[in-house]
Design a protein around this ligand. Structure first.
Ligand SMILES: [Zn+2]
Length: 124
């Protein structure tokens, strides 16, 4: 059974909140500041993921010689160039069970011994 409640503190500035027990902020200013912070945190996340995807795409593009349909590279080279394996836009599974990981129109297929086949999806 609850007897004495901890004084509530504002989620934005940390000062004690007076008034109704369900109040989370001291005033509208603190509420707005808190919501803006949340929004900018999620904007940052989106921007970081977009940047990482764009970077991955550029790395694949640079490793695929112009006019060549495919190229092989290894994991070390990809990482050295800043490739982040956790980011991709979509997957493509072939009938024989191979999974290609795509960053926009460029993709890669993991091969044996940390080698990768780089491909570019033809425009359709
Ligand atoms: Zn406050």
């Amino acid at each position: 059974m609850l007897t004495q409640k901890e004084p509530k503190t504002c989620l934005s500035c940390g000062k004690a909140v007076k008034g109704r027990s369900d109040k989370k902020f001291c005033d509208d200013y603190c509420r707005a500041a808190y919501n803006n912070d949340l929004k900018s945190a999620s904007n940052n996340l989106i921007r970081n993921v977009n940047n990482a995807l764009g970077k991955n795409r550029r790395v694949l593009e640079n490793l695929l010689p112009q006019g060549e349909p495919t190229a092989k590279t290894n994991r070390d080279k990809l990482i050295e160039k800043g490739f982040q394996f956790k980011y991709h836009t979509h997957l493509y599974q072939t009938k024989n069970g191979n999974t290609y990981f795509y960053c926009y129109e460029y993709g890669y297929l993991p091969l044996e011994n940390n080698w990768y086949l780089i491909v570019k999806r033809e425009e359709d």
